[in-house]
Design a protein around this ligand. Structure first.
Ligand SMILES: [Zn+2]
Ligand SMILES: [Zn+2]
Ligand SMILES: [Zn+2]
Length: 254
């Protein structure tokens, strides 16, 4: 099974509009980060987690022609605002999106037309599939488990598939609740914003602490902001933890 990082940046993306810092002016292409999202592909299924503002650009760059579903972590703009571009995938019927009830309620409020029983011609036609915390669901041959985590004061969703977990925008992994659900995770993709503490995101060290608790063998940071450049992260944390970058592809177990 293949995971392709479509975007690895925080809510502003990198570079940040109007910023003249060294990372925003970096010539290293690894320092150009769109909003965080991944594509997961097996022999029978193709899914995306989150559709931020750049979803269209990311889908074109990755050559996506077909999707079987989109999984949402939470309804912040940087994870959601590309939703309208899912319209191309609903020409053959309602296209399924998965998430917690709270996330799907917000999506239905922001994009009511995508769920209308009398849809405007050409509008996306979506089916919201609610998943319980700890709930399992299957898309093709990929079995997902919804892992609840804290993002500041907000309870949001991470996802496990095979021995990989994708936990972005997380400040607490709720270890007591998720110990079993995260047992056996070998590859951890985890949001790590920067070095300075933040109330709703892990720092690099915080993310590594969570990874050690889980027992992950390999860590990929995502949702990174402009305070730390790619080469700096690699120098400090590789090989155990690496900075993901837009376009990075990894093989993981189903
Ligand atoms: Zn975010
Ligand atoms: Zn900057
Ligand atoms: Zn967020």
């Amino acid at each position: 099974m293949r995971v392709l990082f479509l975007g690895t940046g925080t809510s502003h993306g990198v570079p940040v509009i109007g910023c003249g810092c060294s990372v925003c002016r970096s010539a290293d292409p690894h320092d150009r980060r769109m909003r965080s999202s991944i594509l997961i592909e097996s022999s029978s299924a193709s899914c995306v987690i989150d559709t931020g503002c750049e979803f269209r650009i990311q889908a074109l760059r990755a050559g996506i022609t077909h999707l079987d579903g989109v999984l949402y972590t939470h309804p912040h703009a940087d994870h959601l605002m590309g939703l309208d571009d899912l319209r191309v995938f609903s020409s053959g019927g309602r296209f399924p999106i998965y998430g917690m009830k709270s996330t799907l309620d917000t999506i239905r409020r922001i994009f009511p037309y995508a769920f209308s029983s009398l849809p405007y011609k050409g509008a996306p036609q979506l089916e919201a599939v609610e998943v319980e915390e700890g709930g399992r669901f299957q898309i093709g041959d990929i079995v997902f488990t919804l892992i609840p985590v804290m993002h500041g004061m907000m309870r949001i969703a991470g996802y496990r598939f095979g021995s990989t977990a994708y936990l972005t925008d997380v400040s607490d992994i709720l270890w007591d609740e998720n110990k079993e659900r995260l047992s056996g995770v070998r590859t951890l993709i985890i949001g790590a914003l920067r070095d300075r503490p933040h109330w709703s995101h892990f720092t690099f060290d915080g993310a590594i602490g969570a990874a050690r608790m889980i027992g992950a063998e390999k860590v990929y940071f995502t949702h990174i902001n402009h305070e730390t450049g790619y080469s700096d992260i690699q120098r400090r944390f590789a090989p155990y933890a690496e900075s993901a970058y837009d376009g990075l592809e990894i093989e993981v177990d189903l």
